[in-house]
Design a protein around this ligand. Structure first.
Ligand SMILES: O=C(O)CCC(=O)C(=O)O
Length: 324
């Protein structure tokens, strides 16, 4: 286990057990300030709806300003909660009310050596979240310390092809504006479409163990070799892609190649993965999910006929944002 990153040992213990923790975070002045900043920085919203992360933008100045503002506003709160940490900035995330605003189940990329260090996703909604406006949902116990897998834009997930079983095992987190869901970046998470009448704004910010160096893995899918190339990266790399949906599939132009490691993503049949996911939940302190009585709605869905496409290929289909 990496050295503790939470100051409070109870927070650390719960986080290590579940892979996430929900805590009060911002005060109401911070929420109002960030909400106003969001409106000023997004004078026009895309008409196509969907889920949008500021990091998809091609405008580096926009991304840097958002990241720095988030960093500065969050820092006093980080200092209250964390020790021996570094903050790497953040981005606005928003879901416009639209049936295509689902965010497919995923794990965030591996960006540190997770055997030695933590990488946290500090997710903070700027509005209360509820069943209709695209709340965050998580698969308790699916984080790296319980199930070790590497993640990269060019790799499938260990559950690819089994998204329905994953969805059946998620729990929704209805969080108040300014509270945070702190996720281990390796935790499986998802958010359904915003079917309310109002935009759902949120923020994601990265917090890492102090000594962690950033990295990004690359799988060359034109090669049969079961290996990954590792690239060390600068702290701003997540907001530095010129053309996000093209660049993330290429051999990284940013960073320095540190060579290759042998690696193959494990894959499982539905029969194998179901008890695995249930085991993750119960070990994390959650009851086995009841079987759904009816089939879950199929629209919009990330599965067939594109089940084998990568997460970002699928996401691209839903995104109407790029130039800010
Ligand atoms: O804002 C959301 O709905 C999802 C956020 C998310 O998946 C992430 O920050 O990785």
């Amino acid at each position: 286990m990496p050295p503790a990153i939470f100051k409070n040992p109870e927070h650390q213990e719960l986080f290590d057990k579940q892979g996430f923790i929900v805590l009060p975070f911002l005060d109401s002045e911070d929420v109002d300030f960030l909400d106003k900043t969001f409106d000023e920085m997004h004078p026009e919203l895309p008409t196509s709806g969907g889920f949008i992360s500021g990091s998809y933008s091609q405008d580096f100045a926009y991304k840097k300003k958002a990241s720095d503002t988030i960093h500065d506003t969050f820092m006093p709160h980080f200092k209250r909660l964390f020790k021996d940490f570094q903050a790497i900035g953040g981005a606005f995330l928003f879901k416009l009310p639209s049936p295509n605003s689902e965010l497919i189940a995923h794990q965030d990329w591996t960006i540190v050596d997770e055997d030695k260090y933590y990488a946290l996703n500090v997710w903070v909604p700027l509005t209360d979240t509820h069943a209709e406006n695209g709340p965050l949902m998580v698969l308790p116990g699916s984080h790296y310390q319980k199930f070790k897998v590497l993640r990269a834009p060019t790799l499938p997930f260990f559950f690819t092809g089994n998204e329905t079983v994953v969805k059946e095992n998620l729990i929704p987190l209805y969080v108040k504006a300014g509270h945070t869901v702190i996720l281990n970046q390796s935790l499986v998470h998802y958010s359904p479409a915003n079917v309310s009448t109002k935009i759902r704004k949120a923020i994601t910010a990265g917090v890492l163990s102090k000594d962690a160096k950033l990295r990004l893995y690359f799988k060359d899918n034109n090669s049969d070799k079961e290996e990954l190339e590792m690239f060390s990266q600068d702290r701003d790399f997540l907001i530095s892609f010129d053309d996000f949906f093209s660049d993330i599939f290429q051999r990284p132009k940013m960073g320095k190649s540190e060579g290759t490691i042998p690696y193959k993503v494990p894959s499982f049949s539905k029969e194998e993965i179901e008890p695995m996911l249930q085991g993750m939940r119960t070990e994390a302190g959650f009851a086995v999910a009841p079987k759904p009585k009816t089939k879950p709605p199929t629209v919009p869905t990330s599965e067939a006929p594109i089940a084998q496409a990568s997460f970002f290929d699928k996401l691209k289909r839903f995104v109407g944002f790029g130039k800010n």
